[in-house]
Write a protein that binds this ligand. Structure first.
Ligand code: ATP
Ligand code: MG
Length: 310
C-alpha cells in the first residue's frame, strides 16, 4: 500500500474567469472545489492508477469533513487525525483569456504538541502496512521543524522507501534523514542548493550534491520541459511529449504518485521514470488539480523521450 502524508490539507477551489485583473470585479464562469493539499493530490492520482492508497495528515472543522467525504468517494483510505483548527482553502484563478493562473494559498491552522503526538501514534500504526510513503508540501504552524526528518527516519528504519516532495526549510530539514527521493522543481532546487540554474551542467552538479548527501533518487523538474532524474545510479534527461495543457498545477504531485506506484510495482530505471513522467504530464491534460485519466497515462507512457546521460 502507498501512504501519503499531507500535514497542511486544504479545500482547493478553482475559479475559471475571462481576462483576470487585480482590482476588478469578475463573474466566475466555472467553479470546482476538491479535497486538496499536495499529498491528497498524490493519493488521488495513485487511486486513479489503480493502486491501494491511504492518506494521513491533519484535517479540521467543516472543511475537514468535506475532505474526508471527498476521500470516501474516491476509494482512498482515510487515516487523518482531527484537529480543532479549521482546514484552509486554497484558490486557483484560471484566466481563460491568457491561460495564466493566480494562486492564493491560506497558511492553515496553528497546531499544538498534542496534535503531533496523536499523529505520531497513527503514523507508527500505518508503517506496518505501507510499502512506499510520499510526504508532500508544507507544514502547519506549530509543528516542529525536524518533523519530516523524524517521519523519514522512522520509515527508513522499517525499510520503507520515502518520497519527500517539499521545498525550502522543510526540504532542508527532511533531507538530513535521507529520503529515497526528492523532487524539487527548478526554483526549489535553486533555493535548496543556493545557486542559480542556467545550464544543464548546473543541474547535474546539484543532482551530484544531492546524491553525495545520501539521496538515492534525486529529481529536478522543469515543468513542460520535463527534467532530470537519478535512478539506480544512472542520470536521465526526460522530455514529455507536447500535449494540450489544461491545468499544470499539481504535475509535481502526479509525478510523485507515478513514481510511488512504480516503486511499489518494483519498476526500476527507465521504466520507473517513464511511468512517473507520463503520469505527471497526464495531470496537465485535465482541468482539475491532482487528476489523471489512466488511459492518458498509458498513451503517454511510450511517448516520453528519455536519454541516459551517464
Ligand atoms: N505543461 C506541461 N506539459 C507536460 N508535462 C508537464 C507540464 N508541466 C509539468 N509537466 C510534467 O510534470 C513534471 C513536474 O512538473 P513541475 O516541474 O511543474 O513540478 P512542480 O512545480 O513541482 O509542480 P506542482 O508543485 O504544481 O505539483 C515535469 O517534469 C513534467 O514531466
Ligand atoms: Mg512540486
Amino acid at each position: 500500500m502507498i501512504l501519503t502524508v499531507t500535514l497542511n490539507t486544504s479545500i482547493d477551489k478553482a475559479y475559471t474567469v475571462e481576462g483576470f485583473e487585480a482590482g476588478r470585479v469578475h463573474r466566475v464562469k466555472g467553479v470546482s472545489a476538491t479535497a486538496g493539499g499536495k499529498g491528497i493530490n498524490v493519493a488521488m492520482v495513485v487511486a486513479a492508477l489503480g493502486e491501494e492508497v491511504a492518506a494521513t495528515g491533519f484535517v479540521g472543522g467543516y472543511s475537514g469533513e468535506f475532505i474526508k467525504r471527498g476521500l470516501d468517494q474516491t476509494g482512498i483510505k482515510n487515516e487523518f487525525v482531527d484537529t480543532q483548527g479549521e482546514t484552509r482553502t486554497c484558490i486557483n484563478i484560471i484566466d481563460e483569456t491568457t491561460g495564466l493562473q493566480t494562486e492564493l494559498l491560506e497558511p492553515g491552522p496553528f497546531l499544538n504538541k498534542s496534535c503531533e503526538d496523536r499523529f505520531n501514534e497513527k503514523y507508527e500504526s500505518l508503517l506496518g502496512i505501507s510499502d512506499v510513503i510520499v510526504i508532500s508540501g508544507s507544514m502547519p504552524g506549530g509543528i516542529r521543524p525536524d518533523f519530516y526528518a523524524r517521519l523519514v527516519s522512522r520509515a527508513k528504519q522499517k525499510g520503507i522507501e520515502v518520497i519527500l516532495d517539499t521545498s525550502g526549510r522543510y526540504l532542508k530539514e527532511g533531507m538530513a534523514a535521507r529520503p529515497t527521493v526528492i523532487m524539487p522543481n527548478k526554483s526549489e532546487a535553486e533555493g535548496i542548493s543556493g545557486r542559480e540554474i542556467n545550464e544543464e551542467k548546473d543541474i547535474l552538479e546539484i543532482i551530484e550534491t544531492f546524491m553525495e548527501s545520501g539521496i538515492e533518487m534525486p529529481f529536478i523538474t522543469l515543468g513542460e520541459e520535463g527534467g532530470y532524474a537519478s535512478i539506480n545510479g544512472d542520470i536521465y534527461r526526460y522530455v514529455p511529449p507536447k500535449i494540450k495543457t489544461a491545468n499544470a498545477v499539481g504535475c509535481g504531485d502526479a509525478m510523485a504518485a507515478g513514481l510511488a506506484v512504480a516503486v511499489c510495482r518494483g519498476y526500476t530505471g527507465e521504466r520507473a521514470l517513464r511511468l512517473a513522467a507520463a503520469t505527471s504530464s497526464a495531470n496537465a491534460m485535465t482541468k482539475i488539480t491532482g487528476c489523471v485519466q489512466k488511459k492518458d497515462v498509458e498513451r503517454l507512457f511510450d511517448k516520453v523521450d528519455i536519454k541516459k546521460l551517464s
